[in-house]
Design a protein around this ligand. Structure first.
Ligand code: PLP
Length: 403
């Protein structure tokens, strides 16, 4: 190296050191676009797929692979494929369902807005049509499945923003009977609270941006497959469409997962206490919280979510059920953060009608129960007394401002 010119040294100095003997305890960030080998024969072998080694980061990277392996283990799958966002992951999962022009997808009417948008725009343009059903009503799911003969069913473990619990096992049986695949978006529950593959789903999708990250500082998505043969299709989207997870995000997410249980246990406890306190509040018309729902009464909640938890989200509907009142309330919050995400250690609030369901026509929103005065609270790990005090003072401020 010392005999080379300065320009050469600037490029090559410090690279290609021998791997250290001691193994790192935490997975290193392999910030490299490509991998080199001692001989072209070795490169040829790796390209042929033998050995599972790495050639190019769009095709695979050790840091990303560590995150994928962790997710596959947590979701009890055969393997996982990571992507740059939850939406890229959902796109890949749908692609892996062998959709072709003329195919139909049966989607939950309550799906995350962008997922419905993905179906209505990207997949519709490719000739795939979407039929929606109420996935909290298995009769409706069965009837629409028999009628529409979908290739794939898409459910969410907990619906947004009304937090309805889906009978994933029931949906899996219907899908299986019809020869369709079941894709479950498990973002709101996380693998700590629910493992859809064990209930019969074929694919689990996560926006890793939410609970898996937990700190609001990374963006990513992942699909976990129940069967090994489905991994090929997922990897194909990763390699050819190219929306791969960055190694930096993979590192953050891998670290986030280590405290997922700790964070969620406290977030769920806080949510339970907060829901109890808010139910007493006369300024609210309704509190949506799964432990106080039909699903809890029927025993469905116990079968879907790890007990004694009911998730870490609570949605409230103001008595003054208007957008103006919701905005006044949200503007008056001093501790809870106004944001259109969820799952962070800090408590966040979002107004569904103007954010996640903005593109949904007002009549449809009204039919679904997503009213103008509805605010979703993603409960964090703060002191619950402080959260309650903040929400209470904001309600007072917003009510006080009327008339
Ligand atoms: C956020 C979210 C997505 C999309 O994930 P991104 O990481 O924002 O692409 C999909 N589904 C649900 C339920 C989400 O909350």
């Amino acid at each position: 190296m010392t005999s080379t010119g300065l320009w050469t040294r600037m490029v090559h100095a410090g690279e290609g050191r021998q791997a250290p003997l001691g193994r790192p305890v935490a997975t290193p960030i392999y910030a490299t676009a490509a991998f080199t080998y001692d001989s072209m024969e070795d490169v040829d072998k790796v390209f042929s797929g033998q050995g599972g080694d790495y050639v190019y980061t769009r095709h695979g990277n050790p840091t990303v692979a560590a995150f994928e392996e962790a997710m596959s283990i947590l979701e009890d799958g055969e393997g996982a494929c990571a992507y740059a966002s939850g939406m890229a992951a959902m796109h890949a999962a749908l692609f892996a369902c062998d959709l072709t022009p003329g195919s139909t997808v049966l989607a939950s009417q309550d799906l995350y807005g962008a997922t419905l948008g993905l179906l209505d725009h990207v997949f519709a343009a490719a000739g795939v049509q979407t039929v929606t059903a109420d996935f909290c009503d298995l009769d409706d799911v069965r009837e629409k499945t028999l009628g529409a003969k979908p290739k794939a069913l898409i459910a969410e473990t907990l619906s947004n923003p009304l937090l309805k619990v889906c009978d994933l096992h029931g949906c899996a049986l219907i899908a299986k009977e019809a020869g369709a695949r079941l894709v479950v978006d498990n973002t709101f529950a996380s693998p700590f609270l629910c493992q859809p593959l064990t209930l019969g789903a074929d694919f689990v999708v996560h926006s890793a941006t939410k609970y898996l990250s937990g700190h609001g500082d990374s963006m990513g998505g992942v699909v976990v497959a129940r069967r090994a043969q489905d991994l090929k299709a997922l990897a194909k989207v990763m390699k050819l469409v190219g929306g791969v997870l960055s190694v930096w995000e993979a590192h953050h997410l891998l670290r986030g997962i280590k405290t997922l249980g700790l964070r969620l246990e406290r977030q769920c406890d806080n949510a339970r206490q907060l829901a109890g306190l808010l139910r007493e509040d006369a300024r609210l018309a309704r509190v949506h919280y799964p432990a106080r729902s039909e699903a809890a009464a029927s025993g469905l909640l116990d079968r879907v979510l790890r007990q004694p938890h009911a998730g870490a989200l609570v949605s409230i509907e103001l008595k003054d059920n208007t957008r103006a009142a919701a905005f006044r309330f949200m503007n008056a919050l001093k501790l809870c953060v106004r944001l259109t995400s969820l799952g962070d250690v800090a408590t966040g609030v979002s107004h569904s009608a103007s954010s996640s369901h903005r593109e949904v026509p007002p009549e449809t929103r009204a039919r679904l129960g997503i009213t103008e005065g509805l605010v979703r609270i993603s409960v964090g790990i703060e002191d619950v007394a402080d959260l309650h005090a903040d929400i209470s003072q904001a309600l007072a401020a917003s009510v006080g401002l009327v008339k």
